[in-house]
Design a protein around this ligand. Structure first.
Ligand code: TYD
Length: 395
């Protein structure tokens, strides 16, 4: 058997399924088991939740809600334009057009492809040409006929959501011009292992990529990894740049990072057993912090009803008994309860009027932006915590 199961994060609900009713009957739960595949070197969910259950017309994640993401998408777009000068760009999982608007503004031919109708509508309103569709080998053929081929295919924080990577790779190869590039960035396995950020794992994040695994999978469809660029976004990500084999020069960084991954034993199961232990310790620590706060009569609120928080709350069994409410700026999440554990989600305005004694920062990947925004108005006595054992908050 090539797949080794190394972590069980328990029964989990659909991450972005914020609920309007308390304790709804029939809430969907699945077993969140994580496996390491010895053949492809990839870390993934053991079984995949049907995409239709997650990405639909009420999808709650609006990419443009975060300034950090808006800026990082702008930098990536500028970088692609400068480095590759594409005349046509396609984005897989274009959400509300946060990335492609940078190309649209420059008059570059573009097309966004996203399965969620509500976000596509937003994108079109922002002047970004977009269609409602899943991306794959079959849809690539329709896109080719109706919109033409692409010099660049981009995907930011989406590729790791797509269960059938072989189908995506085939579709991308079919649509790309010979000198074209496939560029995607996603949370990086190395960062997850180092930070113990197991909350990167949830129904939508089917894979946690590394250089070793992506080069293996996309390499088997005619692609070659030509560059790797580590990123700060999403708590530590990696940008993977692929070209058709032999079409472009391979940067030395590729070998350097692969060697580093081998040195850190990403290709050995003992690495994942250690990670499991670290997750268990993190769970015990977080519950202890919250129980101590409760015993001391302190109020506790979460900051950011992130997708990631769903994994933490359901893995640790933390509900409204330990966290009074979670603040989130996304209107579609507000006045609802979180998936699975049913903690009320309140608006940012509510949070400002009800500053708790302890804030658990679930949007820890936006820590700098958030601390900068809050530090002058929130009292120094307020305690900020995360579930990450060694995370430094610059208060
Ligand atoms: P995101 O970083 O995309 O994390 P995930 O992929 O785990 O959902 O989402 C950040 C969430 O945090 C989003 O729901 C908006 C919320 N948020 C705030 O409420 N306030 C803030 O200042 C920021 C930056 C985010």
């Amino acid at each position: 058997m090539s797949k080794i199961q190394f972590l069980n994060l328990g029964k989990q609900p659909i991450t972005n399924n914020f609920l309007t009713e308390q304790n709804p009957i029939n809430e969907f739960f699945y077993d969140l088991n994580i496996v390491y595949d010895e053949n492809t070197k990839i870390v993934s969910l053991e079984s995949f939740v049907l995409p239709e259950k997650m990405f639909n017309d009420t999808y709650a994640h609006m990419a443009s809600m975060s300034i950090t993401m808006r800026e990082s998408n702008k930098i990536l777009s500028e970088n692609i334009i400068k480095r590759f000068n594409p005349k046509s760009v396609l984005e897989i999982g274009s959400n509300d057009g946060i990335m492609l608007e940078n190309f649209a503004k420059q008059g570059i031919k573009h097309l966004g492809v996203d399965p969620s109708a509500n976000v596509v509508e937003e994108a079109i309103q922002h002047g970004v040409q977009s269609i409602v569709s899943f991306f794959g080998d079959e849809s690539s053929e329709n896109i080719k006929v109706n919109y033409g081929t692409a010099d660049a295919i981009i995907s930011a924080n989406v590729m790791c959501h797509l269960p059938d990577l072989n189908d995506i790779a085939k579709g991308a190869f079919n649509l790309l011009n010979d000198k074209g590039v496939l560029i995607f960035e996603d949370p990086y396995l190395g960062s997850m292992l180092e930070k113990v950020s197991y909350d990167q794992i949830y129904d939508e994040h089917v894979y946690i990529f590394s250089a070793l695994s992506t080069s293996k999978i996309f390499g088997s469809h005619g692609f070659e990894l030509i560059n790797l660029v580590p990123q700060e976004t999403h708590g530590g990500s990696m940008r993977y740049v692929f070209a058709k084999k032999g079409q472009r020069q391979v940067e030395p960084q590729v070998q350097a990072i692969m060697d580093h991954e081998l040195l850190l034993r990403f290709d050995h199961s003992d690495t994942y057993s250690q990670f499991k232990e670290n997750c268990e310790k993190s769970k015990i620590r977080l519950i202890q912090i919250l129980e101590d706060a409760k015993k001391a009569g302190k109020s506790v609120a979460g900051y950011g009803a992130t997708s990631k928080s769903t994994t933490i709350l359901n893995y640790c069994g933390i509900g409204p008994d330990l966290i009074d409410f979670i603040s989130d700026t996304t209107p579609i999440k507000q006045n609802k309860v979180t998936p699975g554990m049913h903690i009320p989600v309140q608006s940012y305005e509510y949070f400002k009027e009800n500053i708790p004694d302890v804030i658990i920062l679930f949007a820890w990947n936006h820590a700098n932006e958030i601390i900068e925004k809050e530090k002058s108005s929130i009292d120094k006595s307020v305690e900020w915590v995360t579930h990450l054992p060694d995370f430094q908050l610059n208060l």
